[in-house]
Design a protein around this ligand. Structure first.
Ligand code: IPD
Ligand code: CA
Length: 266
């Protein structure tokens, strides 16, 4: 793919995420007509998830017919050029009228993230990154906290029912014992953005899906974070553990989470 073709994809997705944001916000503001159902325990679904994903799939497939699309709701197969979409990340928050949710769109070429765009319309925040070109929030360059003292650190440890609760609680205990303040805010994609702009010092989760992190890991990496090799093995199709943190805390976070990080996303 030529640089011009990548550039075209970046500007196209910026336009699409604006439209998708308006659509999602419209559902969010009409909180009584979300058609909430459960895919499983603590696994929420609203009609906005399906509507936003269908919109993005249709537009991306029309604009770039040779690119593959994978989405949380509709699935899909990876290929050399693939869009990875989470139409609403933080659906439990969205359904409860909590503003901490986002739309996440990543583009990977030959297994490496090239474009990451995350919009949090209810918070009026737009995070963007392209490989090698830095990361921004609402057009301003962002960077990780740089803090290296675990006793001042705030780390987010994501949770889902995909991992035994004992394993999660043991990781949380190691975090507090090491001296960190631990939080969980319900959107993995935004949690990673918060490492990128220094609001927190780390995000980790023992298993997460590619649509939750495909955009965020590039944004965090471009903002200076250490990240793990999430796309190794079958990461795109079956998920993997995730770790991203300010580099000065990488050794402490590896000990807390058991996940190995590196300075650049592969
Ligand atoms: C979930 C959220 C949550 C994370 C889970 C994800 P969803 O996605 O990102 O914060 O801990 O692993 O599955 O269900 O809100 O799209
Ligand atoms: Ca998600």
């Amino acid at each position: 793919m030529t640089p011009a073709e990548l550039e075209l994809r970046y500007y196209a997705v910026l336009g699409l995420v604006g439209e998708a944001s308006r659509m999602a916000l419209d559902y969010f503001n009409r909180n009584d007509s979300l058609g909430v159902t459960m895919k499983g325990a603590q696994d929420w679904l609203t009609i906005a998830d399906g509507a936003v994903e269908s919109f993005l799939r249709e537009r991306l497939s029309t604009l770039f017919p040779t690119d593959a699309v994978i989405g949380e709701e509709g699935g899909g197969e990876a290929s050399d050029a693939v869009w990875i979409i989470d139409p609403i990340d933080g659906t439990a928050n969205f359904a409860r009228n909590d503003r901490n949710w986002c739309i996440s769109i990543g583009f990977l070429l030959n297994g490496r993230p090239e474009i990451g765009v995350i919009a949090a319309p209810a918070l009026e925040e737009l995070y963007c990154a392209r490989r090698g070109q830095g990361a921004t929030m609402n057009g301003q360059t962002i960077a990780v906290s740089g803090g290296g003292e675990i006793g001042r650190a705030c780390i987010e440890l994501g949770w889902s029912t995909r991992i035994p609760v004992q394993n999660y609680l043991a990781m949380v205990e190691r975090g507090y014992t090491a001296g960190a303040a631990v939080r969980r805010a319900g959107s993995g994609a935004l949690g990673i953005c918060h490492v990128a702009n220094g609001r927190t010092d780390a995000y980790a989760e023992l298993h997460i899906n590619a649509w939750d992190v495909a955009a965020g890991l590039l944004i965090a990496s471009e903002a200076g974070a250490a990240v793990n090799d999430f796309f190794a093995g079958d990461g795109i199709s079956t998920g993997n553990p995730v770790l991203c943190c300010t580099p000065a805390l990488a050794a402490e976070l590896e000990a807390i989470t058991g996940i190995v990080s590196q300075r650049d996303i592969r």
